[in-house]
Design a protein around this ligand. Structure first.
Ligand SMILES: Cc1cc2nc3c(=O)[nH]c(=O)nc-3n(C[C@H](O)[C@H](O)[C@H](O)COP(=O)(O)OP(=O)(O)OC[C@H]3O[C@@H](n4cnc5c(N)ncnc54)[C@H](O)[C@@H]3O)c2cc1C
Length: 303
């Protein structure tokens, strides 16, 4: 109730106030900000994935501009000497306006990344996009195996079937590459697990399937019990370091992050940046009011 109230009123707060908490989670407005933060993370032996903030656009002109921004980002990142990959949200390229145009934009981005032997991760958005995003990934995986990956969400009841359904595309030379996360959108109970325990149980089931079947897993969580569950599975299946990594969001649970890195596991941090940080922050809040408590903590309590 309190979270919902805070989430509802935060968009009316001055932008400067919202930035107070957003700056803990967003590297800044420009590519230079993202590169600066990436270099800091690199010093701590942490890899990065860069994300230009924005989603659910309404015109195809925006899609064209967004594609150009990513193409430039790939060049700039390469020139800066940072070894990092990129995350894209298909609705930022018009998925819900024209699926084929969106595919062509993302294909161009993946082709560019592949020329640098780099990698594009397709983020998973809300359930209105799931089928289309799986299809988009599967087309690109066939053309650019090794340069593209997909996010899957443990809270969706369909996820293990989706992963199994894509397994035909797995090979020793070019393993499928999934980022497994819990899922951030509010979905109806008919299609999504709701309880913490249920989501965690399915997270570990999905992860076990991936590790057992030699699918590369990006284990994206800040939840300690899941990190510990992942450690057990890595040990059980004797998974080499080349077949998994942990992933976290910029600014979240730095102590847990550090301890995972100290234990010798690969860690990648999701570094978002861009001028659309305000809309992004407030929309996230409306979608998931639970985030409000994180924000209050971030403002008043630095733990
Ligand atoms: C690298 C990465 C990429 C992601 N990509 C996607 C995607 O493409 N699609 C999608 O639907 N979701 C994505 N997510 C979000 C994910 O689905 C979860 O909503 C989010 O990670 C919180 O889940 P959790 O596993 O950390 O567990 P939770 O149980 O939610 O959190 C565990 C603990 O972590 C801390 N914590 C978690 N989130 C925050 C936060 N924002 N601020 C402060 N503390 C926090 C809290 O201490 C909390 O108690 C991504 C997450 C990561 C890490």
């Amino acid at each position: 109730m309190f979270n919902r109230f805070i989430a509802a009123i935060l968009p009316w707060f001055p932008k400067k106030f919202i930035w107070l908490f957003s700056k803990s989670y967003i590297s800044g407005e420009t590519v230079d900000d993202a590169i600066r933060v990436s270099k800091e993370l690199k010093k701590d032996n942490i890899d990065i994935t860069l994300d230009v903030l924005g989603e659910f656009i309404t015109t195809l002109d925006e899609a064209e501009e967004n594609k150009k921004e990513y193409l430039n980002l790939i060049d700039v990142t390469y020139k800066s000497g940072i070894e990092g990959n990129f995350s894209v949200k298909p609705t930022f390229f018009g998925l819900l306006i024209d699926e084929e145009i969106c595919y062509k934009h993302i294909r161009e981005i993946v082709a560019k990344a592949s020329a640098y032997n780099n990698f594009i991760r397709i983020d998973m958005e809300d359930s209105s996009c799931t089928d289309m995003e799986i299809e988009l990934f599967s087309r690109l995986q066939k053309e650019f195996p090794g340069n593209v990956g997909l996010v899957v969400q443990a809270y969706l009841k369909r996820t293990l079937d989706d992963v199994i359904g894509l397994s035909d595309l797995n090979s020793e030379k070019h393993p499928l590459n999934f980022r497994l996360c819990k899922g951030i959108y509010i979905e109806p109970a008919e299609i999504a697990y709701k309880k913490y325990e249920e989501i965690n149980k399915h997270f570990l089931e999905d992860l076990e399937y991936m590790l057992k079947n030699k699918i590369y897993a990006g284990i994206a969580t800040h939840d300690k019990p899941l990190v510990e569950g992942a450690f057990k599975l890595i040990k059980k299946y004797n998974v080499p370091k080349s077949m998994y990594e942990f992933q976290m969001l910029y600014g979240v649970t730095p102590n847990l992050r550090e301890s995972i890195v100290k234990d010798g596991h690969r860690m990648r941090v999701y570094v978002p940046f861009g001028t659309k940080w305000f809309g992004y922050s407030t929309r996230r809040l409306k979608e998931n009011p639970k985030m409000a408590s994180h924000i209050i903590k971030a403002i008043f309590y630095k733990g």
